[in-house]
Design a protein around this ligand. Sequence first.
Ligand SMILES: O=c1nc[nH]c2c1ncn2[C@H]1C[C@H](O)[C@@H](COP(=O)(O)OP(=O)(O)OP(=O)(O)O)O1
Ligand SMILES: [Mg+2]
Length: 453
Amino acid sequence: MRHDGRKNDEMRKVSFVLDYLDYPEGSVLVSFGNTKVIVNATVEESVPPFLRNTGTGWVTAEYSMLPRATHTRNRRESSKGKLTGRTMEIQRLIGRALRSVIDLKKLGERSIVVDCDVIQADGGTRTASITGAFLALKLAVDKLVDSGELTENPITNHLAAISVGLNQYGEAITDLDYEEDSAAQVDCNVVMTEKLELIEIQGTGEEATFTRGELNQLLDYAEKSVTELIRLQKNALALRNVSKKQEEPVLKNHLLIATRNEGKAKEFVELFKSRGYEIKTLLDYPEIADIEETGKTFEENARLKAEGIAKELNCLVLADDSGLKVDALGGQPGVYSARFAGERKSDAANNAKLLHELTDVPMGDRTAQFHCTLVLAEPGKESLVVSGELPGMIGRIPRGNNGFGYDPLFIIPETDKTLAEMTSEEKNKISHRAKALQELDKKIDAWLGEKTV
Ligand SMILES: O=c1nc[nH]c2c1ncn2[C@H]1C[C@H](O)[C@@H](COP(=O)(O)OP(=O)(O)OP(=O)(O)O)O1
Ligand SMILES: [Mg+2]
């Protein structure tokens, strides 16, 4: 058991405050628990002598710790008149890490200087600095792209860093705080890209040794944390863009729908037209990380999507979880509709698999329902849940080019048309999604009027 109750592979609470200071081109306050670092990125229209007239840019970093970042006052290095070896090593590490994810040719002949100032140290200051430095660099580069000074984004990859180690009992742990760091047998800082490519491993036995097997376990822990850190970085960037793009908060007549499915997104825009809401979907915010649909029911998955995004963005969010229930298949594919033929989520492959599974099922037994559960969520409030279903039959050959998903196989017996043969207007009058929205209409005003806790 760790002294603060964390699991061995659990990080401290990590947060990023973007645009923390006003003057720098990129500014981030990054916290890993009690470790806090202010990271500022500055764009300078010059390069070191060895790069002059080469058209190539440069990225470099400086690191320092405020005197009272620690329990007792540390003398400023400026008053000592020289940088310590530790400081030099750390700032070189930060610079190398950043340069591995930026195309310096594309940056052009300019420099970005990233200053990392530790305001409070509780272990892991270099890895917090690197993780924050990437965001500050990204903000500064985005600014150059937005202003037209760069036509192409030179950032080639996301990056984050984490400390892992073996504690005094020889157990692997993630994100060591100062107390754990002081007692650790092995200390290992890992810098990795989003694709889990390694940029740097600084692993040391502190008067101890470690095995190849232990190193592998440490790297497994590092991979897990880097994945989570990059998700948090992306959410911080997305949140910034939401508040930047949206003059008004996402409330009242703005609604964010937590879907990335283009077919659904189109239908929602149509369906909400007459309702006086302006619709945004996750397609407008590619930076927001995907929420895993691990639920066993439509409601669980819709809640995961709506409540997850609402909490992250602190706004009103509607999510749809929908799918096809085929009676001859005992209700399958159900919540697995999108992934019926595999994680690739291909409509064509899903339809082919459905036809194959139903090869021997006669027309009269090919009954099915489209189901839609909608969850409307706002932080600090019990979500509103509604659903709708549309009965039909699964055809033997796909027909029609409209709609999406299983629409070409879903026949509405009364019209003998598939949903893909209907216009969007026709589909939107009868669909499971339309029915669920009618339920939502009945309840939404009362729900919006309920106080948040
Ligand atoms: O009107 C529909 N017409 C045809 N097919 C449909 C419909 N409504 C849902 N479906 C199918 C498509 C997909 O295979 C699955 C939804 O899965 P579901 O997880 O809710 O959506 P998704 O992953 O495509 O997008 P997202 O989660 O970002 O909303 O059901
Ligand atoms: Mg989905």
